[in-house]
Design a protein around this ligand. Sequence first.
Ligand code: BJW
Ligand code: ZN
Length: 258
Amino acid sequence: MINQHELLTTAARLLVDVHCVVVFTGAGVSAESGVGTFRDALTGLWSRFDPQQLASQEGFAADPGLVWRWYIERLTTIENARPNRGHEALAAMEKIIPEFVLVTQNVDDLHERAGNRHVLHLHGHIGRFRCNGCGAAYSLRAGDREALMPPCCTICTGYVRPAVVWFGEMLPEQELFEAWGAAERCDVMLVVGASGVVYPAAQLPAVAQRHGACIIEVNLEESALSELADITLIGPSGEILPRLLDAMYACEAKSAFR
Ligand code: BJW
Ligand code: ZN
């Protein structure tokens, strides 16, 4: 039986030997920054609610105030959060891998704040807003955060909502196109903290594999994607990714002396 240390070294060797790496992240990568994941039971005030219901047009139509307050509270948590060691390790990897694309399902900006440059957000941005009716872009104004209801659009009177992708909505075309292209040409896909149950994003590892990429997974536990992964590293990404980065530096140092 191969132990975790050997798996980590094999994964690091793969990552330094190839040209193009796509990192695909989910909520788990931000968990150690204090940002709750989607499928963990919601805590506190929100424990009674189903995120699948809140993150939908139906949920918003049924109770726009509830959905607004849920997003404002999550936005505040994210604004006060800091990138963790997992985010930092991914930013360092971007500097040493020739072609590096980070595709995230996360609506937070912790990858950018950690220093990653080439980031594609498949499910939008929690810090941006638009009208649910006509799509006009909005910024938060004084009082919007404390309001019990979302603001109304000055053009069409529709409700303003976060610029995220809800269930049943299309993913942003350009990001999806670029992410698919990157998955098709990458040599390795590193999947971090993603449950792999939300589509079409969850198809990306299979797309990469079909085009010949190796799949390395980092997760607290086995996920829906573990079966197709070539290597699964079990543990918190805030610990595993820095160790993977150190192992990559060690591989590079060895190659330099060859
Ligand atoms: C750690 C860790 C640590 C914890 N270290 N790891 C094909 C088949 C079946 C259904 C569909 C299908 N195609 C489309 C659908 C429908 C639907 C869908 O996928 N449903 C499934 C749930 C069944 N998809 C859609 O509706 C998508 N749109 C679409 O397909 O449009 C086309 C269309 C339109 C109209 C009609 C028909 C077709 C849109 C999906 C949008 C998803 N949006 C959300 C909300 C975003 C806004 C917000 O944040 O509020 O995106 S849902 C939510 O799930 C969020 C996440 O990005 C997404 C994925 O979750 P993620 O990131 O994987 O998080 P978790 O919580 O699930 O998992 C965390 C993982 O981390 C776990 O594995 C932990 O173990 C791990 N972990 N701590 C490492 N420290
Ligand atoms: Zn409008």
